[in-house]
Write a new protein. Structure first.
Lengths: 189, 189, 189, 189
């Protein structure tokens, strides 16, 4: 399951580049017109990188895979698979309301799917498992959905603020989930 | 062979998103126009998830790979590889007869290919193998083609019913093949 | 190197479906118009399947990878990576001369690249290696280029005959390289 | 991390072919018109092959992966992921100034990202590690950015010379990084 998920995220992070529209013309200003698309690409690249990173650590702490976990995982991959779609919609319509909200809804759905997967794995392994200890109170996991909902709301007022919120959440997560990493290492030694 | 097949299905499940046409405009109604395509995408995502899941379990119970099995596997991957093609045809022509029938024909061909692969592996391993025991009478495997044929027929009367049948088959399979999982675990312990 | 090559071929075999143009309309005749493209897709799918199969067996008999072998392998992957390109050119121009010849030239280049890779590996392992014994006189490997050249020539007379030759070569190879499989198994036991 | 990176590079090297525009017409001159795109494709294929090769050797000499290394690696993959984008822009605008400069800037950024990753790994492993010994003074790694900057500058004078410089750097690197290969082998024996 880990190899399959890694594969899907690797493909998603890569095929996004196929959605980048080619600049019209051969001037810097042609490239400048592509800038919003490129920036949306960078943001989504970072988000998929964060998911790959944390997901990878979580699955390393998972030893038994039930049918429910498999489908919770595919559910997460489903929302991640829509990222290239929402990214190109957002990028090609410079900070329009609905694409900015749709982008946030996809991020929110992925965050919820990640949370469900995490809970299922912990329930399966018991509350005293490595993963449960590693995740702890999971402040970041609980704050992110609240921030996404804020961002989605802001999209209807000032879309640029919505995107700013998404950037902030990405920055919060950019620090990889060292808790799991550390606890797994500790449990293994 | 398992890694290669997992890779192909991971790629298929992902490249489908590239076939999603971008909404024309930045309103919710633009996204609403994309709804049939998105729903077709969800259905195909679930189908490829089911195939990945069951195929993965089946190959874990397969220890010897003959030339025949290799080609039966590629035959299955061929029909699965057409899923993005039939999906986008179905999604972009809201419940038209021929695309709905073509979608069902592809599902039928994939189901037959899966059945052939299963038989080849069981023949190779002997009727008393783990897989043979796990598959058992294979009610789902036998009912699916009948339902697909029904769906293909219904496409010529009321296409929406055809799609409803495909959704029902997906729901039947959504429960992962716990028989194999359970029997393999039992045999391994 | 094996995982990377398997990955590249898995991706190639899959992204070809993205090159399939969507049928114009929702009738069987619209699908019928797509038939040449679909048939070209089937032929290329079989060719990539053959390469995956034989390449996979060859690398399993390869234990040491030098820089030269790495680049000979990438050289082979380069010609295989052009298959989706030549396939869609051939399929969309029903049996035109130049696309039919270009398709054959790509197959010829891939065959030569495969032969070079095989020779490099055998030279590296010694003439008494498992692979050298398995390949033997390599009749198929020597006949294929001759047939491809014949096909390329025929493209300028009757393109349909060129494609017929490519189909024949595919059929010759469809039998997986059991020699390697058998010899490797024998050497392992 | 190695499997994920290999996967991303395998996908990049492959999806580039999807960016190749289909020849308009069925004559050799139609293919001739595609020649600049095809040559840009060859150059980028070689570059991605070089990165895969050296990156693969570097990660084999890396035993511990910190959060910083993970993100330095994703940073490298980000610049590599833009290669299909800059390649098609360069190829479709026969030697125009800005695309030729943009192509070089992407190569430069990837080279810097590779250097940062290498330094991070060496810092993590200590100056007496296998990798530090293998990389040595890293003449090629230090010369490449200088050459890229030269190429970017030349793009504003004679774009064809810029591309010539990029070809020269590729040729310099085409010899795989045998130092690492050799030192790793020596350390392992």
């Amino acid at each position: 399951m880990e190899a399959f998920s890694d594969g899907v995220i690797a493909i998603l992070i890569t095929v996004m580049v196929l959605e980048l529209p080619k600049p019209h013309g051969v001037t810097w200003s042609a490239l400048h017109d592509s800038l919003p698309v490129l920036l949306a690409y960078v943001l989504s690249f970072v988000y998929l990188g964060i998911y790959w990173n944390n997901h990878h650590h979580m699955l390393q702490a998972t030893h038994r895979v039930s049918g429910g976990i498999l489908w919770a995982n595919l559910h997460l991959l489903f929302w991640l698979s829509l990222v290239p779609f929402t990214t190109s919609w957002l990028g090609e319509n410079r900070l329009a309301t609905v694409p900015a909200a749709a982008y946030g809804i996809d991020l929110l759905a992925a965050a919820v799917a990640y949370y469900l997967l995490e809970r299922l794995i912990i329930r399966d392994q018991g509350e005293h498992s490595v993963l449960a200890a590693a995740v702890g109170r999971d402040l970041k996991g609980k704050a992110s959905p609240v921030l996404y909902v804020t961002g989605i709301g802001l999209a209807f007022v000032t879309p640029v603020l919505a995107v700013a919120v998404y950037v902030v959440v990405a920055l919060i997560w950019l620090v990889p989930d060292r808790r799991v990493e550390r606890t797994v290492t500790a449990a293994g030694s």
